[in-house]
Write a protein that binds this ligand. Structure first.
Ligand code: IPD
Ligand code: CA
Ligand code: CA
Length: 263
């Protein structure tokens, strides 16, 4: 797609995502709508489904040829050679259920299996992160960059891979190893927000041992367009057609992660 068309599309998608943010802000009696999903402490609310339906209706009008892959769908389409939206209607559902106000909407647009556009919107802070392939990353229209601090001067964000109990011990062991080499650790409850916070230099490293593509499809592009690096937990390129462990930061902080894994 030509640059101008992608930017025009991005404007339209951004407007839709912002509108969807109203659904989170205006949500009432969320707890009454909670259902359990498979895995430990994994929930979905009526609002996750409502946001997904809203995005499906609006995004498919903007780009009718695209395949739509949304977390809360019963079945997920395979990644096509053409365009695909990979969306997480609410990233941070447990926070949302609890009224913790750290959740976002994440929309990635992929072409031939790779992200070309990423939008992550946190309606509680009215912060919209956006990146187009090759054009840098922005937060509310202002260019953002990853931090170049060493880990010893940095903050580490991590996700606990909460739906996969077998990874809990290793997650906390990694977090401990990083904690003693950094200023401190944080756990927000939203992978997409974590990636954006590394992208804009609020933190120096993020890791989570297992995520789904909708958790990082948009955030990974925002991170790389902000000058950051993202790899899987084996240090290889992340993929978007299966689950991946994810490590994101600058070259120096990723190196520390890799040294810890070898020890
Ligand atoms: C979850 C959040 C959380 C992360 C989990 C994700 P959800 O997404 O991003 O921070 O630790 O691994 O699955 O279920 O709230 O969309
Ligand atoms: Ca998610
Ligand atoms: Ca979700």
């Amino acid at each position: 797609m030509a640059d101008c068309c992608l930017s025009e599309l991005a404007e339209k998608i951004e407007a839709v995502v912002k509108e969807a943010g109203r659904i989170l802000i205006n949500a009432v009696r969320v707890e009454e709508t909670v259902e359990e999903k498979s895995g430990r402490a994994n929930f979905v609310t009526a609002y996750d489904k409502r946001v997904q339906d809203f995005l499906f209706q609006k995004l498919m009008k903007i780009l009718p040829d695209a395949v739509f892959i949304g977390e809360e769908e019963e079945e997920h389409a395979a990644l096509p050679e053409g365009y695909a939206f990979i969306i997480d209607p609410i990233d941070g559902t447990t926070n949302f259920m609890k009224g913790y106000c750290v959740s976002c909407i994440s929309v990635g647009l992929l072409q031939a299996g790779k992200p070309v556009l990423g939008i992550v919107y946190n309606p509680y802070l009215d912060e919209l992160f956006r990146a187009e392939k090759g054009k840098g990353a922005y937060c509310n229209g202002k260019a953002i960059h990853v931090s170049d601090h060493d880990l010893s001067e940095g903050l580490v964000l991590f996700g606990t891979a909460p739906y996969n109990e077998e990874l809990s011990k290793r997650s906390f062991q990694c977090a401990y190893e990083l904690f003693i080499r950094s200023l401190d650790v944080r756990r927000s409850g939203s992978a997409a927000i974590d990636l954006c916070n590394v992208a804009c230099g609020r933190a120096e490293l993020y890791f989570e041992l297992l995520l789904s593509p909708w958790d990082y499809a948009a955030g990974s592009l925002i991170l790389t367009e902000a000058g950051g690096r993202i790899v899987n937990t084996e240090g290889k390129e992340i993929t978007f057609d299966e689950k991946n462990g994810v490590v994101a930061g600058n070259e120096k902080t990723i190196k520390v992660w890799q040294e810890i894994q070898k020890a």
